[in-house]
Design a protein around this ligand. Structure first.
Ligand SMILES: [Zn+2]
Length: 275
C-alpha cells in the first residue's frame, strides 16, 4: 500500500468510526450517566478493560476490567473523564492556553481538547507511534517518544498517558519529555500502577505476549509500576505532584454521573533544571 492509499484508509476509517459511535450513542441514550467529553447522557456506560489475575492480585489502579468504564457515544474511558475533571479544575495548568503536546492521544480526549484549542489550533500538537488508523484524524502525527521531532523547550504542557509502561527505554522517553518541555513545563504522565508494590517489576529479557500479560497485566507491557513511580520521574529531572482529581470538584453527584475511579490519582511532573 502506498502512502496516499494509507492516508485514504485513515480518513475513511476515522469517519466510519464516528458514524458507528453516533449510532451506538443513540441506542444507549438515557439519564443515569453523563459524559463530559461528548456532553451527552446515557442509561449505562459499558464494561471495559482486560481481566488478568495479576491486575487483581496487585490491585492495579488504572487497569483491569471495570463496569461503567466506557462511554457508548465517544468511547471515553473513566481515565479520560478523570483527566477532563483535572484539566478543567486545576489552576496550576494554563489549559487550554498552554502550548501542548499530546502523545498517543486518547481519541475521546483528543476530540475534546482539539475543540478547546479551536481559536489557537497550532498550539495543540498530537502524535502517536503506532497509529491505529481508524482512531485518529489525519492531523495526528506519527512519532516516537524516544526521538521526539521537536526542538528543545517547545511545549508548556505534555500529556502521555499509559505510554511509559510500553517503552523499553523509559529513561530515553523521560529525557525526551524533559527536553521538549519549557523550564517549569508540566507533564501529565499516567500509568497503571500498584499501591501494593514497593518497587516496579520489570523484565527486559524477551518474554512472550502471554508471559507479559501474566506478569504485567497486558501483552505489550514492559513493566508493572509500583509505589516508586514518582521517584522514577524525580530521577529524570521532574518535581512530582500527585493529585486526587475528584477532590478538585465539589459536586459529588456530578462525579458519580461521570463514573470516574476515585482511587485513580493524577501524576503531574514539572520540569526542573537538570543537575
Ligand atoms: Zn462520551
Amino acid at each position: 500500500m502506498n502512502f496516499s492509499d494509507h492516508k485514504a484508509y485513515r480518513i475513511v476509517g476515522y469517519k466510519l468510526r464516528k458514524i458507528k459511535l453516533l449510532v451506538k450513542g443513540i441506542y444507549y441514550k438515557g439519564s443515569k450517566f453523563y459524559c463530559p467529553l461528548c456532553k451527552q447522557f446515557y442509561r449505562v456506560f459499558l464494561t471495559g478493560g482486560q481481566d488478568f489475575a495479576v491486575l487483581r492480585q496487585f490491585k492495579v489502579i488504572g487497569a483491569g476490567q471495570r463496569t461503567n468504564m466506557v462511554c457508548p457515544g465517544c468511547h471515553s474511558t473513566d481515565r479520560d473523564r478523570l483527566l477532563h475533571t483535572f484539566l478543567c479544575n486545576n489552576d496550576s495548568i494554563a489549559f487550554p492556553g498552554a502550548k501542548m503536546l499530546h502523545i498517543a492521544p486518547e481519541p475521546a480526549l483528543y476530540s475534546w481538547i482539539k475543540k478547546q484549542y479551536k481559536s489557537q489550533p497550532t498550539d495543540y500538537v498530537a502524535g502517536v507511534k503506532y497509529h491505529e488508523g481508524f482512531y485518529y484524524d489525519i492531523n495526528v502525527k506519527l512519532l516516537d517518544i524516544t526521538q521526539l521531532p521537536f526542538g528543545n523547550e517547545s511545549f508548556d504542557l505534555l500529556m502521555a498517558n499509559h505510554v511509559l509502561e510500553h517503552i523499553v527505554d523509559e529513561g530515553k522517553a523521560l529525557s525526551e519529555i524533559h527536553r521538549v518541555l519549557k523550564p517549569q513545563g508540566k507533564a501529565i504522565l499516567q500509568v497503571p500502577w500498584s499501591p501494593l508494590l514497593d518497587q516496579t517489576i520489570e523484565e527486559n529479557e524477551p518474554l512472550s505476549a502471554k508471559e507479559r500479560a501474566e506478569r504485567f497485566g497486558q501483552s505489550d507491557h514492559i513493566r508493572l509500576y509500583g509505589r516508586d513511580y514518582p521517584e522514577r520521574l524525580s530521577s529524570a529531572g521532574f518535581a512530582v505532584e500527585v493529585f486526587d482529581a475528584a477532590a478538585l470538584h465539589s459536586d459529588e453527584n456530578y462525579l458519580k454521573c461521570i463514573a470516574i475511579n476515585p482511587d485513580e490519582l493524577v501524576f503531574l511532573a514539572t520540569k526542573q533544571a537538570k543537575q
